[in-house]
Design a binder for this molecule. Sequence first.
Ligand code: SF4
Length: 337
Amino acid sequence: MTISYEEYLKLLLPASDQKLEEMAQKARQLTLKHFGRTILMYAPIYLSNECDNRCVYCGFSRELAEGGVTLSVDEVIRESEILYNKGFRHILLVSGEKRDKISISYLREIISRLHKKFESISLEIFPLEEEEYRELFLAGADGLTVYQEVYDREIYQKVHPQGPKADYDHRRQTPERAARAGFYRINIGALLGLGKWEEEAAELGRHAADLKKKFWQSQISVSFPRLKSSAAGFKPLYPVTDRQLVQMICALRIFQPSLGLVLSTREGRELRDNLIPLGITQMSAESKTAPGGYSQEIAAEEQFEIADKRSLAEVVSSIRERGYEPVLKDWYKSLIT
Ligand code: SF4
């Protein structure tokens, strides 16, 4: 039985902390029912650490990335081959916002070449227009990750003072533009630590529910990126504890039982392992957050520090020890295309 949005808001209240064990059991049952014992694995490839925005929390923001790096198409392919040989089939292409370097034709060429080998290619780049998404979808991309970063408008303006990203509404409407263009894996999130977590979780839950309603044939997911130290030296405005993160994950799972829940290597190994049974459905492993990070032929700034530095093999074995099956290739794509 699903719960209403008002009931979801109650699960985010401090008083619900006392019911955390009960919430965790419910979240576990619902995840087993909707996803079984599987965890989809993916890895990011950073294309560029150049960016015209000045997000105050990011190591790639303009002043810090002077002399930044954008990989050539061949360099991206070399990075992808390293990940392919490790077993990854789901790839996330990540970049800052640098339109003159990260052009649609550059992205189209990379995607068309990767599409021959990889099962799924997702983008975590700057917001595009619907027509541009359509072009990249036709080249072979199927997934989009775009975090609103912070749903609170006032904080949003403070932490995104300049650059195209200062446009809150254009960013907020990005998942819809991509979904209308054909993207069928849509992943949203809030950068935890920028706003009060209960308020951010409330708005994130509303956004996810709205997308699920409008694009019911798409796979909608939510990520939980917590702010970590970066080259910008930014400290979270509202730090989120492990327990609050667990409360948020369980509440979202109970509210939206078929929502994908994603956890990256920003979190440490112990927390990642413990969260597996509570509702997580996708995880990254062995991630590098600098362009050229896998081949290590280029010295470039990392976007943020990775907490879980285990290899894919170590993460896989840890998932199996908990009775779950890591999935490097899924059949969602072949079922719907
Ligand atoms: S968070 Fe993204 S948009 Fe902002 S400065 Fe960093 S790379 Fe650029």
